[in-house]
Design a protein. Structure first.
Length: 199
């Protein structure tokens, strides 16, 4: 996959950079767990890029401000084994263009909220999701089998924002879920942005 994102990663990142910065920069705090490196970058080349980017921002493994976990988001027990007690240890859970490709996303979202996220902690997300328009849904479902093969399991037809919301136990009136500003409803890559706080 790294060769695909070497070609398209920068433009995909640029298209959502303002949204991500507006979501994450003012809200992320404390122990932060990022469920993925944006486009699901999990290969050694991307991990090296992640280390360089984090180091430039002042985070690194040597001073204990960066920890790169050797597992997927669905491996909740492994994640918890690497994080400090008491559990749940995470103040901010971040998912940026990740839930489209992880195995068992509903279970992962539910377990992450229940076992990893502290009460009063928050989930911040920016995901491409299943459209609410029937015509666009049809095309998303049509293209997903081929898209998933070419893009390493990425699915265009996951209502990830609804799955997060359906976990329940969120503080009412704090945060919410909204669309990407200026994005047309007929977009095949329809995005939802959210900040939900655990009660």
């Amino acid at each position: 996959m790294s060769h695909v994102w070497d070609l398209y990663g920068d433009s995909a990142d640029e298209a959502g950079r303002a949204v991500k910065k507006g979501l994450i920069t003012p809200h992320a705090y404390g122990v932060v767990l990022d469920l993925g490196a944006g486009h699901g970058h999990t290969n050694p080349t991307c991990i090296c890029m992640l280390r360089r980017t984090a180091s430039a921002a002042g985070y690194n493994e040597d001073n204990g401000t960066l920890l790169i976990l050797p597992c997927g988001a669905e491996n909740i027990s492994t994640i918890l084994s690497y994080l400090p007690a008491p559990h749940p240890p995470v103040d901010t859970l971040i998912s940026v263009l990740t839930l489209c490709s992880i195995p068992s996303p509903q279970s992962t979202i539910s377990s992450s909220a229940a076992e990893v996220l502290k009460p009063g902690g928050q989930i911040l997300f920016y995901e491409h999701v299943l459209s609410e328009r029937e015509d666009v849904m049809w095309w998303q479902r049509f293209w997903t089998p081929l898209w998933g093969i070419v893009f390493d399991g990425c699915r265009l037809d996951r209502p990830s924002h609804r799955w997060i919301e359906d976990v329940g136990g969120w503080v009412q009136g704090e945060g919410g879920i909204w669309g990407k500003e200026g994005e047309a409803g007929g977009n095949l890559f329809w995005h939802r942005v959210g900040r939900l706080v655990k009660a």
